[in-house]
Design a protein around this ligand. Structure first.
Ligand code: KIV
Ligand code: ZN
Length: 507
């Protein structure tokens, strides 16, 4: 059976979308998870965009062993040089270069004539090829490009040495039938097309990203570009988990497979959602909370009689192991480690020790620790960033007939800093007291609180998104059975991430 390559762009197209930014450690953690997922290509970033982007592409390139690592570059020598510089330690580097080919983009954005665009595409692919044997070329806004011109561009870049040509639906404008014809047209009109990978990259503006990608596979595409949970510019990109599970579930139609280890899908989805703080809608295909929940009595009855009545794929196939064992405070370290293993987490000794002590602390507050609690506890556990500020202790008072106040003690550079503040409720008072301790204020862009499981003793998970005075963004996360404590932890986490990024930039 033909194998479709999966090109993951969560760290580039996904990360560049609003509210999805990640710091260096988080990007590495996501890249490691993508390696476990066994994607073929990881697009690690846009190296020239900033020193931070360069460093993350470089670090991912140095870390990943089992996937190609790509960096995006406009069709300019300075971009290609920067990508190559960042990628040169990769086991399998790929330079990805692009230029727009649609009339509207060429006229208004590039202000270039079509022949000049063609010449630049060829020149830059030739240049990239002189540095790196694996070169992908993207004809940006290909789906709105005149077909004869698209064929000329693709033909030219293949002759110049491109190993992969991408025909993106940049603005999510195409429909499955139309996109099928676009890809078929390229397959039948461009000489030498069978020697290169034909890639598709579909945005989801009309909710057709996955459908268009699947139509393209039927038309002969050999690579699909997608992101975990479908994050990406505007309405996002085709969701990796949906493309992969559609191909797997309907191999009778698509007659192909991917190399993805589907049992890593659920953990990948959770990790990206936890790190970005962008939650997955409950009815999201494949990875949503309700994707395998059968509510209606008639459905439950059917599933009990035979799962296939209403289940077209199993939760186990995406790594959502069914479990009836619940851990409690008497569960030993061995049972804890084994459960984590079943859930797909492999922690080294240091992290296992830390996670176990957090688990014991949680089991003291909560009678039953479920799989969801465990996932929440460990999924970002291996992201170690040095803490500029630690919480020592806090006392918060609030009520309906009083002004909330907070007394906060933080530890910074081995010294205690204690401040008090009032606020509009306990969370506001706590955040104000933290800012007094630090001596800086932040803009709170978003504050999200949700419970990890059901029940009164459930852990609360708080995600905080901040903008700093110098316009940097940081996302923090805190967990606790007490949501005020979870909020304090999330705020401090975001602040620590900000200081960590600052230090990296100063290096
Ligand atoms: O959407 C798009 O066209 C892109 C290209 C740069 C591949 O992201
Ligand atoms: Zn894109």
């Amino acid at each position: 059976m033909k194998t479709i390559k999966i090109f993951d762009t969560t760290l580039r197209d996904g990360e560049q979308s609003p509210g999805c930014s990640m710091n260096l450690q988080e990007k590495i953690e996501v890249a490691r998870q993508l390696e476990k997922l066994n994607v073929d290509v990881i697009e690690a970033g846009f190296a020239i965009a900033s020193p931070g982007d360069f460093l993350s592409v470089q670090t991912v390139a140095q870390t990943i062993r089992n996937a190609k690592v790509a960096s995006l570059s406009r069709a300019l020598t300075k971009d290609i040089d920067r990508s190559y510089e960042a990628l040169k330690d990769a086991v399998a580097p790929r330079i990805h270069t692009f230029i727009a080919t649609s009339p509207i983009h060429m006229k208004y954005k590039l202000k270039m004539e079509p022949d000049d665009v063609l010449a630049q595409a060829i020149e830059m692919v030739t240049y990239a090829k002189s540095l790196c044997s694996d070169v992908e070329f993207s004809a940006e806004d290909a789906s709105r490009t005149e077909s004869e011109f698209l064929y000329r561009v693709i033909d030219g870049v293949i002759k110049a040495g491109a190993t992969c040509v991408n025909i993106p639906d940049t603005v999510g404008y195409s429909t499955p039938d139309e996109y099928y014809n676009i890809i078929s047209g390229v397959m039948s009109h461009v000489a030498g097309i069978e020697k290169v990978d034909v890639s598709v990259h579909c945005h989801n503006d009309l909710g057709l990203g996955v459908a268009n990608s699947l139509a393209a596979i039927r038309a002969g595409a050999t690579q699909v570009e997608c992101t975990v949970n479908g994050i990406g510019e505007r309405a996002g990109n085709a969701a990796l988990e949906e493309v992969v599970m559609a191909v797997r579930t309907r191999h009778d139609i698509y007659e192909c497979k991917t190399n993805v280890d589907t049992t890593q899908i659920y953990n990948s989805s959770r990790l990206v959602s936890t790190i970005t703080g962008v939650s997955v809608q409950p009815n999201k295909a494949v990875v949503g909370k309700n994707a395998f929940a059968h509510e209606a009595g008639i459905h439950q009855h059917g599933v009990l009689a035979n799962k296939e009545t209403y289940e077209i794929m199993t939760p186990e196939s995406i790594g959502l192991a069914e479990n009836t064992i619940v851990l409690g405070k008497h569960s030993g370290k061995h049972g804890f480690a084994q459960r984590l293993n079943t859930l797909g987490y492999e922690l080294d000794d240091k992290h296992l020790k830390r996670a176990f002590s957090q688990f014991i602390e949680l089991a003291d507050r909560k009678k039953e620790v479920t799989d969801m609690d465990l996932r929440a506890l460990v999924e970002t556990d291996s992201i170690d960033i040095p803490n500029e500020y630690e919480i020592d202790q806090f006392v918060i008072t609030s009520g309906n007939k009083m002004t909330a106040s907070a007394e906060m003690t933080l530890v910074h550079g081995g010294k205690q800093i204690k401040e008090t503040s009032s606020g509009d409720g306990p969370v506001d008072a706590a955040f104000n007291a933290i800012e007094r301790c630090i001596g800086t204020s932040f803009k709170l862009d978003d504050y999200i609180v949700r419970s990890v499981t059901s029940g009164k003793d459930a852990q609360g998970e708080v995600v905080v998104k901040l903008t700093t005075a110098n316009n940097k963004k940081a996302t923090g996360r805190g967990l606790s059975t007490d949501i005020v404590e979870a909020s304090v932890r999330a705020y401090i986490d975001a602040i620590n991430k900000y200081y960590y990024e600052l230090k990296l930039e100063d290096r």
